[in-house]
Design a protein around this ligand. Structure first.
Ligand code: ADP
Ligand code: MG
Length: 229
């Protein structure tokens, strides 16, 4: 793989890609715990931000794109959901740390009064590969239908018999008359690291991982502190 060469990025400066959406607030809170504050994030339309630590810049991008940016070296490190990482075909990334944020679970769900859906039920999901792997491992014949969102309505409108989706409280499932049938995976956000950066920027990368690991450990030792879930 050809790495992105960024002449504007000084040696030793680290770029961290963070998912937009549900992960962002908790990721920023964790960074704040290690003294990294990102300014103007709410008001700015920029995607790359300087931080209070001159050695670290933060890039805010779509959740599904974080592993790609890190794999190609456009970012040295990233924070991405395990759901997104599991869905990748092959991974050229180090995944040194479970950050314990944005916890949820990937589940198979269906109508509470639902019939099994015949010999080959249809399952709607954003997580096509993960779902196929799950059913194949169990020898279950299903037709996987790829949706980009709003999985929960698929059973109600007859598009699918079941769905595979992320669930936290289960409120969205309930609101759509669905119940959890099986838990496929526990999900949380992970720190990922570009392999070349791990070699070429070994000291700053190692230091950054260690700082985050300490912050996670401190939080887990004092659950009253920064919110865990
Ligand atoms: P997108 O709609 O672009 O996928 P989301 O904000 O819905 O963005 O999801 C981004 C990431 O947040 C997911 O990859 C997952 O790791 C995490 N996430 C999604 N839904 C939940 C949830 N209900 N609770 C906790 N974390 C979640
Ligand atoms: Mg979403």
């Amino acid at each position: 793989m050809t790495a992105v060469v960024d002449a504007a990025r000084p040696e030793g400066r680290l770029t961290l890609a963070v998912s937009k959406g549900r992960i962002l607030d908790q990721a920023l809170a964790l960074l704040s715990e290690i003294g990294i504050e990102v300014a103007d994030i709410a008001t700015s339309r920029r995607l790359v931000f300087a931080t209070s630590d001159p050695r670290i810049e933060v890039m805010i991008i779509r959740a599904q794109d974080v592993p790609t940016f890190v794999e190609y070296g456009a970012a040295d490190l990233g924070i991405a959901g395990k759901d997104v990482l599991m869905e990748r075909e092959r991974s050229e990334l180090y995944e040194p740390l479970d950050l314990g944020i944005a916890r949820c679970r990937l589940v198979l769900a269906g109508p509470h009064d639902g019939a099994p859906g015949g010999p080959r039920p249809r399952v709607a999901t954003k997580y096509v590969r993960t779902a196929r792997r799950y059913f194949a491992a169990r020898g279950m014949q299903v037709e996987v239908i790829h949706l980009y969102g709003s999985m929960e309505i698929a059973p109600r409108v007859g598009l699918a018999d079941q769905i595979v989706d992320l669930v936290d409280s289960g409120a969205t499932l309930r609101a759509n008359g669905l119940v959890e049938i099986a838990r496929i995976a526990d999900i949380s956000s992970r720190l990922v690291v570009n392999k070349a950066a791990m070699k070429m920027k070994h000291a700053p990368v190692r230091e950054f991982i260690a700082r985050l690991a300490r912050a996670c450990a401190a939080r887990d030792a004092h659950p009253a502190g920064p919110r865990r879930a």
